[in-house]
Write a protein that binds this ligand. Structure first.
Ligand code: SF4
Ligand code: SF4
Ligand code: SF4
Length: 888
């Protein structure tokens, strides 16, 4: 027990006085503190008086001790704070009010409270000193040298691109390892004085002044909460709010500076209809929708409902995806509806649903702060889920967690890793089985968990018997002792959490790999516990929601099977439509071959760009060209839209209301900040209009009304409505209106009852190296870009960070092939050739080449194969045999 200002308070082990006071609602001013960083102790404003101590002590760096008596506002404390603030006021030039990016004026508030006047008016600034990123402007006149930006860059982001040094006799923020700067804006976000401001975008340094519209980021599955700053109909900039959402004030470069696409002159502003000569003309909505309805209706009537197929969108809201599959099933009468989840995590949905009964992330990301061990595999988390990566960094740096990274590439997290295993591409089942072999051999398995909560253990134990460290070493290249150290960590320290992404799922045996990860987690008793869990990191902002809403060919919303009569009847009654189709429809990877052979006649694609995102581009192009009718609804004239008969202009995430569901199953609000450009309409509005033209009566379609309909038909969303979400996101399952949601799954029982072990066996990649194709190609994302680049490549800052496709190749391979860094290379697989600039780097393992898939000039998916996982129908994006040669 301690006393703070007369309050008797319990305290936690290692808790500082500042933290304890904050929990009790007692304010101690602090300027240099960054929540996720170690105490900086530069401002000394948080000094407090402690009975018996000789001097005042900083509350941020003094831990609570039994029997302490603390005074946070005694005369001596107030005197000291006034002195510190007077010195601060004299050391910089500023105009009142002093504020930060969020328009808060904490420093000014302190000056007012302690009656400090600013002695120096600002001088006109002639030029601003260099900063590691041109996206941010640094004004030394406003800098109080509080070190917050330094701590944020170093400890929250694990980057250290800036430092503080004396320049002309004054301490200043200076670039340090500027080349590492990710333009994330974390430094600017924490700056208390606007010494750091935006330098780009319509608002520039005044971006913070606009009206703020709170919403959810439209890029990745982290689901960060952000404010869009708006003036009239213009987006000035973006910021985050402290203590709000999963991101707690942080954003990445895409979230903060990737908004330029919203107001790009390239946005589609009116419907387009293809002329006979192949060119497009602008049209009104009436004409475009009448024609689209007529063409789709004619194909359905002539060839049957299954001659049509549709792709929903992981970029659209839950409400829109719900309506999209309702249109396909209830109006057109087909289950041929799918979306890009097929290409990223369909193997997760299949694998985890078989093992646990639910195919989603089991734990909230904040649980990782309680993990003793964290295993990350097949996920370049720092670049692709930057905010989730912040949590992993914090867990390691502040909570002592041990990090194991298993990845063929040298990714950002390998710098922090206690153990980095570097398996050969595609050999994941060997090392996973090898770990389980060692754990069982050493008796490190969790016997009680296995006995009480699982089934199928004996089959697993016998299946992994042959995966000895030496056999695993010869398959994967992982030294036996490293595998042993990893198994020991996982077997002896708990809880352990497992994170993975497309490096695991995008294989023709992706479902087996997911099952093996689930096996490992169950074997070590790490499911259903805080700090444990199997956590697939979902790629797009609403790919989880797209799946939840039934934009899949085999399930209605809430994963209710289309083959279940009772389920279908419930939906057809609610939708007041005829009988719903009961046969599983086509996955996107099945639609394209059918279109190519001619049995699929028409497609409706909402917000997807399969020409760049799907495997074997030549095959996709000929499939789309063979359709009798292609309708595309998008915000840009994408590579897919160019092949359409009719293109409908849609609204972006900043122009619509609704919800997204993030990777943690957290359903969150999306809010309209501005109007769509020209005559563009929300997808929801277009879908409702289209349904009406086919005679369906959907009543008044509003985002909140549709969420009520979703809740009525989807048990896991039953307790969710827009009104409740005003107070923050709710993780499903949320079975009723009083239920707070379920952050952690499978706590007392698995969704399927008992967890099921699946023995799975290793096999070679389907396309191993050969004489003609001697290297292995893997594809993926890079930090500044997103998916097919339609949005991020509109951003000046993001394009500057990564302007063109780089083919990463190891120096030994580059030497052997005469390839020089920065020179053009040609990559050739059995599907085709692509040129890109070579980047000679040890990030790639010897024998392996990495190419990002964002660039239409170097379309990586011209090279990948459409070989499918037999269960999830996900393609083997991650391994293709390739030849690389100089292009000059
Ligand atoms: S933008 Fe991000 S990486 Fe660059 S200096 Fe600021 S915090 Fe560091
Ligand atoms: S730039 Fe801002 S955050 Fe960084 S030291 Fe100066 S005042 Fe503090
Ligand atoms: S981490 Fe993802 S959700 Fe968060 S700001 Fe970046 S792109 Fe947006």
């Amino acid at each position: 027990m301690i006393q703070i200002d007369g309050h008797s308070l319990e305290f936690r082990e290692g808790e500082t006085l500042l933290e304890r006071a904050e929990r009790a609602g007692i304010e101690i001013p602090a300027l240099c503190r960054v929540e996720w960083a170690h105490p900086v102790q530069s401002c000394r404003l948080c000094v407090v008086e402690i009975s018996g101590a000789d001097t005042l002590l900083p509350a941020c760096a003094t831990c609570a001790n039994e029997g302490m008596t603390v005074y946070t506002a005694s005369d001596s404390v107030v005197r000291a704070r006034r002195e510190i603030l007077s010195l601060l006021a004299g050391s910089f030039r500023h105009e009142a009010p002093l504020g930060n990016q969020r328009g808060e004026s904490y420093l000014q508030e302190l000056f007012d409270r302690y009656e400090i006047l600013l002695p120096h008016p600002p001088r006109p600034v002639r030029s601003y000193p260099e900063f590691p990123t041109p996206d941010i402007r640094y004004d030394p006149q406003k800098c109080i040298v509080c070190h917050r930006c330094i701590a944020a860059c170093r400890e929250v982001k694990n980057i250290a691109a800036i430092d503080i040094r004396a320049v002309e006799g004054k301490n200043r923020v200076v670039p340090d390892r500027a080349e590492l700067c990710a333009s994330c804006g974390e430094c600017l976000q924490v700056c208390p004085t606007l010494a750091l401001t935006d330098a780009i975008g319509p608002g520039g340094p005044d971006a913070w002044k606009g009206r703020r519209v709170p919403t959810t980021c439209g890029y990745c599955g982290c689901g960060c909460q952000m404010d869009i700053h708006v003036e009239k109909e213009s987006v000035l900039g973006v910021s985050a709010r402290d203590h709000v959402g999963v991101n707690q004030g942080s954003l990445c470069a895409k979230g903060r500076y990737g908004y330029e696409f919203i107001q790009s002159p390239q946005r589609l502003t009116s419907p387009l209809i293809r002329r006979d000569d192949g060119s497009f003309r602008e049209a009104g909505w009436e004409e475009a929708l009448s024609l689209a309805t007529e063409r789709l209706g004619a194909l359905r009537d002539r060839h049957g409902p299954d001659s049509l197929a549709a792709l929903a969108s992981a970029k659209c809201t839950n409400e829109e995806n719900y309506l999209f599959q309702k249109l396909m099933r209830g109006v057109f009468g087909t289950n041929n509806v799918d979306h890009c989840a097929r290409l990223c995590h369909s193997s997760t949905v299949a694998g985890l649903a078989s093992a646990f009964g639910s195919g989603a992330m089991t734990n909230p990301i904040r649980d990782v702060l309680s993990s003793r061990v964290i295993l990350v595999t097949g996920s370049n988390t720092t670049e692709n889920h930057p905010i989730f990566a912040n949590y992993i960094v914090r867990a390691v740096q502040h909570h002592g967690a041990k990090l194991i990274v298993v990845d063929p590439r040298r990714i950002g997290l390998t710098r922090l890793a206690h153990i980095w295993l570097r398996p050969r591409l595609g050999t994941d089942l060997a090392w996973l089985n090898g770990l389980m072999h060692i754990i069982l051999k050493q008796g490190w398995q969790d016997e009680a968990f296995i006995a009480e909560r699982t089934e199928g253990f004996d089959e697993l134990a016998s299946a992994v018997r042959g995966y000895t460290p030496s056999s695993v070493a010869s398959t994967t290249g992982i030294p036996g002792e490293d595998l042993h150290r990893t198994a020991e960590l996982l077997g002896t320290e708990r809880p352990a959490s497992f994170f993975y992404a497309m490096g695991i799922t995008q294989h023709a045996n992706g479902t087996d790999k997911v099952k093996a990860l689930a096996d490992l987690a169950m074997l070590t008793g790490n499911v259903g516990v805080e700090g444990g869990g199997v956590n697939p990191l979902r790629g797009q902002n609403n790919v989880q929601g797209g799946c939840d809403m039934g934009a899949l060919p085999n399930v209605l919303p809430g994963y209710q099977p289309v083959g279940d009569n009772e389920v279908r009847q419930r939906f057809s009654r609610a939708w007041q439509c005829g009988e719903l189709p009961k046969e599983t429809g086509l996955a996107v990877t099945q639609m394209m071959p059918r279109a190519r052979e001619g049995s699929l006649k028409g497609m409706y694609i909402m917000g997807e760009n399969p020409v760049l995102s799907d495997p074997d581009q030549g095959h996709i192009e000929s499939a789309l060209d063979n359709l009798q009718f292609l309708l595309v609804q998008d915000i840009f004239f994408s590579e897919t839209a160019r092949r359409a008969d009719i293109v409908l202009p849609a609204a972006s995430f900043a122009e619509k209301d609704g919800t997204f569901t993030n990777s943690e199953r957290l359903v969150q609000r999306v809010r309209s900040a501005i109007s769509p450009p020209g005559s563009a309409r929300t997808d929801l509005d277009v879908l409702a209009d289209m349904a009406g033209r086919f005679g369906a009566d959907w009543g008044e379609c509003t985002p909140s009304g549709i969420m009520e309909e979703i809740a009525a038909l989807t048990p896991s969303y039953a307790g969710i409505n827009h009104e409740r979400l005003e107070g923050g996101g709710i993780p499903w399952p949320c079975p009723d209106r009083e239920h707070p949601g379920t952050p952690r799954l499978h706590q007392d029982r698995f969704a399927r009852g008992k967890g099921l072990f699946f023995p799975v066996h290793d096999r070679k990649p389907l396309e191993p190296e050969s004489e003609e194709y001697p290297l292995l190609l893997t594809t993926g994302r890079v930090g500044p870009h997103y998916h097919t680049g339609t949005m991020t490549r509109q951003g000046v800052g993001l394009t500057r960070l990564y302007p063109e496709a780089l083919a990463e190749i190891h120096p030994t391979d580059a030497d052997r092939l005469g390839i020089r860094d920065g020179k053009r290379v040609r990559l050739t697989t059995r599907r085709g050739s692509v040129e890109a600039k070579a980047q000679v780097t040890e990030r790639s393992a010897p024998g392996e080449v990495f190419l990002p898939f964002h660039f239409h000039e170097s379309p990586a998916n011209r090279l990948t194969a459409a070989t499918l996982d037999p269960v999830a129908l996900i393609p083997e994006f991650k391994v293709s045999a390739v030849r690389v040669e100089r292009a000059e």
